[in-house]
Design a binder for this molecule. Structure first.
Ligand SMILES: *Cc1c(COP(=O)(O)O)cnc(C)c1O
Length: 453
């Protein structure tokens, strides 16, 4: 038996549709509210920010939504992505568990994010849009949208959280190589940015602030729209191409997962791998245990409040019901920059409320330890964000060993860590510490939640 086994679908089995979990939910998603009137918003309210095709996907109740031909053509470059059986990791853990991982680091940008960047750029171009403004934390989303913009001839402006802008010059270089403009946020280019800088000239920035800046730029220009790399329903739906493929690959492997694990920042890669399995369960299929793993320093699912909140710091976005730490919450510094958002996707929050998923929070050093064990057995160096999923999967495999049962575990390896080597250097030098969020800061941020009757 070979050590590592790869389940590859041929190109002809590249999915034709994304999966929309809204079709199968036993209870519908709470409505999105207007920030002023606090009444449910309609498609026209979102029209300044998004093209109509994406707004339609946001509220669609159709189960399967066709992937446009030009998007499939681009997906074909790296999709279907491989599913691996991690035999060497299993052996190292001496576990009877069967561990599988879906490898999303094979995309040109090195993560799952191009799965939604490409269709978002496509629908914007179809609507005649010339420019997209967006935010990025660690730079994964900004580089993915820069890549997609280059393919469709759309100018991309990226507001990058200032600490990351300074710490990760290579991600910025990657965005610029693909032709995007990358600006440190808070910046002097927007009212939101200027207001923050007036309070604190050396503000390190946050995703909530960068979102405010990008939304403001899009709202003020007819030619510019906004794009978000996570959280929204249509983004999560584009990512379901991961789980739809995985279901077919498990058929090839003659197996089916008992447990599905993903890391959660805004929730998109987790939803991408998990929702097709949850959907199958909701339609009468096998029950799966689904685990969302988040950082203990930014624990929206395990410590946040399920409430209506803004998506950004300057309160320009509509109100969505989600697990939130409060839109002014700034997490302490830790290396998984992609997991630093104050809120969680409304759909992921909703399925947790319905008891369809569980969530767990881990500190960063134990996640890096898992990432190292993974790299030393399977060879692939995971992104710091992905290490949270690796940790979650390894702990389930250890539990199988302790209980003497063989379960099938699937996790999403959402990206590689080749641009995160400073984090690995710090870990290897023993410099990484486990930071906790401040309970006072959390209480303060939660006290500022908007009141909604
Ligand atoms: C952006 C990112 C995340 C976090 O975003 P989700 O929407 O929760 O998936 C996780 N991992 C990687 C590699 C990322 O780039």
């Amino acid at each position: 038996m070979p050590d590592t086994i790869k389940y590859l679908l041929d190109e002809s089995r590249l999915p034709r549709t994304w999966y929309n979990i809204q079709a199968d939910l036993p209870v519908p998603l709470p409505p999105v509210l207007h920030p002023g009137t606090k009444k449910p918003i309609g498609p026209d309210d979102l029209a300044p920010l998004f093209p109509m095709a994406l707004i339609a996907q946001e509220v669609s109740l159709e189960r399967e939504i066709e992937i446009p031909g030009p998007v499939r053509e681009i997906y074909r470059q790296w999709r279907p992505s491989p599913l691996f059986r991690a035999r060497r990791l299993e052996k190292a853990l001496q576990t009877p568990a069967r561990i599988y991982y879906k490898w999303e680091g094979v995309s040109p940008a090195g993560s799952h994010k191009p799965n939604t960047a490409v269709p978002q750029a496509f629908y914007n171009r179809e609507a005649g849009i010339r420019r997209i403004a967006t935010e990025t934390g660690a730079g994964q989303w900004g580089s993915s949208l820069a890549f997609a913009g280059a393919l469709f001839g759309i100018d991309v402006t990226v507001f990058m959280v200032r600490v990351s802008y300074n710490q990760k010059p290579y991600r910025r270089a990657l965005m610029e190589t693909w032709g995007a403009r990358c600006i440190a946020s808070p910046s002097n280019e927007t009212d939101s940015g200027r207001a923050i800088l007036a309070q604190r000239a050396d503000h390190p920035g946050s995703l909530g602030i960068a979102i405010s800046e990008a939304v403001e730029v899009a709202a003020k220009s007819d030619e510019t729209k906004y794009a978000l790399g996570s959280v929204l329903n249509h983004v999560l739906m584009h990512q379901t191409v991961i789980g739809v493929e995985a279901i077919e690959q498990f058929e090839m492997a003659n197996d089916y997962p008992d447990i599905v694990v993903g890391c959660t920042g805004g929730g998109s890669n987790f939803a991408g791998i998990a929702f097709p399995f949850i959907g199958a369960q909701l339609r009468g299929g096998k029950k799966v245990k689904v685990i969302a793993v988040e950082p203990a320093a930014c624990p929206s699912l395990t410590r946040g409040k399920y409430a209506y909140d803004f998506g950004d710091t300057s309160h320009l976005t509509p109100l969505v019901k989600m697990h939130t730490l409060g839109s002014t919450f700034t997490p302490p510094g830790f290396h998984a920059g992609g997991l630093r958002y104050h809120g969680m996707a409304p759909l992921v929050s909703h399925v947790q409320e319905l008891g369809l998923i569980e969530s767990k929070a881990y500190h960063q050093t134990t996640c890096f330890a898992a990432g190292l064990q993974f790299a030393r057995t399977e060879g692939i160096l995971p992104a710091p964000e992905a290490n949270h999923a690796v940790r979650g999967a390894i702990d389930e495999a250890i539990r199988c060993r302790e209980e003497g049962v063989s379960r099938s575990i699937l996790f999403n390896l959402c990206g590689h860590g080749h641009f995160d080597m400073q984090a690995y250097m710090d870990y290897n030098a023993g410099l990484l510490t486990d930071q906790s969020y401040s309970p006072e800061e959390l209480a303060l941020a939660l006290s500022g939640l908007p009141s909604v009757s």
